[in-house]
Design a binder for this molecule. Structure first.
Ligand code: SF4
Ligand SMILES: [Zn+2]
Ligand SMILES: [Zn+2]
Length: 310
């Protein structure tokens, strides 16, 4: 199979838009989609601090490498990587090492936030205590919180996430199926700044997971290929399979799910707009209920629960 743009052999087909791409044209196309999304999601951003959530996996590694390319020539922009160590034996140490190597090779400053120190517990420990709860439900919640806090403490104006097209399409479908409109409209990318929350952007939103993977390989990025030992219990797996099946039957389904999300957010902004989040009584972070979800999980695990401020 030849590339649709040149005589080189193709390494990937793109059924959702027709055609095949060689390594060089895939890399150019990923960069173009990233650049366009960054421009759309962070319009007119020329000075300030941009934090990139970096796990050391392929998606966040590509997000950081491209952020460095996007912002690297602007002396007025400070780029910073934030990595979270949730405390997962046999997995996180290797991804953090890959993240450290990438930061060093790109010359990007890195901050590592440890759940054990910040929250007094780890994903492994809570997984043992809450044996009936899929670990991703609390791990994802407090990773988001720790990333937001670290980005806010660093004075970041935006937090770049490595979510690819598949991730976002799955999340849209999950929230629709759960009837969780609040969470659906709060998904990244954020259109408005909310108190205490660093706006999150997702510049890989138009790049399918497979293309992100091929890009990372083609660029020789030092990402980690390992899989979290808790991942098999993730609810997302079912949605991954459904979205993939729909995409195979009808190429373009993932983009359509993202468009659905965008249109819902536009309507919501034109009517209610986001309510101002309150503060968690346990930790002071933004929360829509008395306790944020991170504190809720910690309270479920321990009978005394998080200390609640008066
Ligand atoms: S797969 Fe689940 S438990 Fe593992 S790091 Fe991701 S969110 Fe955490
Ligand atoms: Zn080509
Ligand atoms: Zn809290």
């Amino acid at each position: 199979m030849r590339c649709s743009a040149c005589p080189e052999p193709a390494i990937v087909d793109l059924p959702y838009r027709g055609g095949h791409l060689c390594s060089g044209h895939l890399r150019a196309s990923v960069w173009e989609r990233y650049r366009r999304e960054m421009h759309r999601q962070l319009p007119g951003f020329g000075a300030g601090t941009v934090a990139v959530a970096l796990s050391g996996g392929k998606d966040s590694s590509v997000a950081l490498a491209l952020a460095q390319r996007y912002f690297g020539r602007r002396p007025t922009v400070r780029l910073l990587a934030i990595s979270v160590d949730e405390g997962i034996d046999g997995y996180r140490a290797a991804t953090l090492e890959a993240a450290r190597r990438l930061c060093r090779s790109l010359g990007v400053e890195q901050v590592v936030v440890r759940a054990e120190r910040e929250l007094g517990t780890t994903t492994d420990a809570l997984a043992r205590e809450l044996a009936g709860t899929p670990p991703c439900s609390f791990c994802g919640v407090w990773r988001r919180q720790l990333l937001n806090r670290a980005a806010r403490d660093a004075g970041a104006d935006a937090l770049v996430l490595g979510f690819n097209l598949d991730d976002l399409a799955q999340t849209v479908l999950m929230n629709l199926v759960h009837g969780d409109l609040d969470r659906l409209v709060r998904m990244a990318p954020h259109r408005r700044r909310q108190p205490g929350l660093v706006p999150r952007v997702a510049p890989l939103a138009q790049v399918p997971e497979r293309e992100v993977f091929l890009y990372a390989l083609a660029e020789g990025l030092p990402f980690d290929h390992g899989e979290c030992p808790h991942a098999a219990r993730a609810q997302r797996n079912r949605f991954r399979a459904i979205v993939w099946e729909l995409e195979e039957a009808q190429p373009g389904t993932r983009q359509a799910l993202l468009r659905t999300h965008e249109r819902l957010v536009e309507r919501w902004l034109a009517t209610d707009g986001p309510g101002t989040p309150g503060r968690c009584r346990g930790c002071g972070e933004p929360a829509s209920d008395e306790l944020c979800r991170a504190c809720e999980f910690r309270r479920r695990a321990s009978p005394v629960g998080p200390e609640v401020a008066a």
